[in-house]
Ligand binder design. Structure first.
Ligand code: CTP
Ligand SMILES: C[C@](O)(CO)[C@H](O)COP(=O)(O)O
Length: 222
């Protein structure tokens, strides 16, 4: 079965701050996005890589690839206004039936086991997302003011790769954008289709703030 991954790296990294978007920041000597792509390739070299980049950073990426000797084959799509629009642009490069994952370019620590399991399960379940347990207590802010504790066992934290059959994800992304669409599962669910949670890995953090970069450095062995 044909396998794709759309690695979204079309954002600006505003919460990270800094001169260059976070996906290009070197962690232990190598840009985050290269680490992410290498993780997928090492897990399964048959997964075709599609990378979504900000239009204005495409030549910078090409320069980085030359500088770091990065030669993994990949196709490039243009970043959009939101993650939804970036995924949609990447999906336009998916031509064959099969399964397609969407993965944040700033999640380099996804495990090979999680990638393999998400793709394997998606072939039969159609829509699969990796999740982890909530490890802190969760407080719900009430619309009328005040707040209350809710049962954390009723919630999961959602990661990527989120993996779907190509037919389903294309149908989902034909819908109009809604601000509620913060991941791919929410887009698929808006069609009325079920999404199946599977185990993620705790290290699979989304590098979002400068603190996460410190954690990232500590997760890589010298
Ligand atoms: N228009 C966008 C926005 C986000 N992303 C990608 O989606 C992933 C998760 O998004 P997030 O962590 O929010 O990244 P940014 O949007 O870059 O960060 P911020 O919200 O802090 O600006 C990132 O790999 C980011 O590059 C994208 O491809 N296109
Ligand atoms: C897709 C995602 O990583 C799942 O946790 C997350 O929703 C991305 O959110 P962001 O708003 O782009 O940071």
């Amino acid at each position: 079965m044909k396998k794709y991954v759309i690695v979204v790296a079309g954002g600006k990294g505003l919460r990270m701050g800094g001169e260059i978007p976070k996906q290009f920041i070197p962690v232990k000597g190598k840009p985050v996005l290269m680490r992410t792509l290498e993780t997928f390739h090492a897990c399964d070299p048959n997964i075709e890589l599609i990378v979504v980049l900000p239009v204005e950073q495409r030549s910078y990426w090409e320069h980085l690839c030359a500088e770091y000797g990065f030669t993994l084959p990949h196709r490039i799509a243009a970043g959009g206004e939101t993650r939804f629009h970036s995924v949609k642009n990447g999906l336009a490069l998916v031509e064959e039936d099969g399964v397609v994952g969407v993965h944040d370019g700033v999640r380099p620590f996804v495990s090979a086991e999680v990638i393999a399991n998400c793709y394997a399960q998606a072939a039969t379940l159609q829509a699969v997302v990796p999740v982890t347990d909530v490890v802190e207590t969760v407080r719900h802010l009430l619309p009328e003011g005040g707040s209350e504790t809710v049962s954390r066992n009723d919630y999961k934290l959602v990661q990527t790769p989120q993996v779907f059959t190509v037919e389903l994800l294309k149908r989902a992304y034909a819908q109009d954008y809604k601000p509620f669409f913060t991941d791919d599962a929410s887009v698929v669910e808006a069609l009325g289709q079920p999404v199946h949670p599977v185990s993620g890995n705790r290290e699979n953090i989304k590098l979002t703030t400068p603190f996460d970069l410190k954690v990232a450095e500590s997760l890589i062995d010298d």
